[in-house]
Ligand binder design. Structure first.
Ligand code: AMP
Length: 131
């Protein structure tokens, strides 16, 4: 069965898209730890990020870097933090989180409560800054 993230790429499940190319897709995390928290995924369904071949993983990181540059422009932050866990969704993904302090990247606590309209607004801002 297709992963929830493959279903997002296919447009079967809605998402707040931030950026896309032929290989990768970026969209807002539905339970953000900070404003602008974005996930970058390969369109090809691969569970574990370290099973991705070197060349593709390099391209994924370069794509994530472009997303991070857009987040830096769109969201007030000191820098963009990067994390990979993958314990919940078995489809490789990089978390990109705009942060101003270390605790902004705490994944074990209460998540931000943002409305769909607020998420749409944040996604539009990052999308507009994506080059
Ligand atoms: P992990 O697999 O531990 O890296 O966590 C999976 C992440 O995916 C969590 O931060 C979830 O909030 C996020 N997530 C799960 N389902 C969706 C969805 N439908 N849209 C956006 N983000 C999601």
């Amino acid at each position: 069965m297709a992963s929830i993230f493959s279903r997002i790429v296919a447009g079967e499940i809605p998402s707040h898209k931030v950026a896309e190319n032929d290989e990768f897709f970026a969209f807002l995390d539905i339970n953000p730890v900070a404003v602008g928290h974005t996930l970058v995924i390969p369109k090809q369904e691969i569970d574990y990020i370290f099973d991705i071949d070197d060349a593709k993983l390099g391209r994924m990181m370069a794509f994530a870097k472009r997303v991070a540059r857009a987040q830096e422009k769109a969201i007030t932050c000191k820098r963009v933090g990067l994390a990979v866990m993958g314990l919940e969704v078995p489809h490789a993904h990089i978390h990109l989180v705009p942060i101003t302090k270390e605790s902004d990247m705490y994944f074990g606590g209460k998540k931000l409560e943002m409305t769909q309209a607020e998420l749409a607004d944040v996604a539009a801002k990052i999308r507009a800054a994506f080059e």
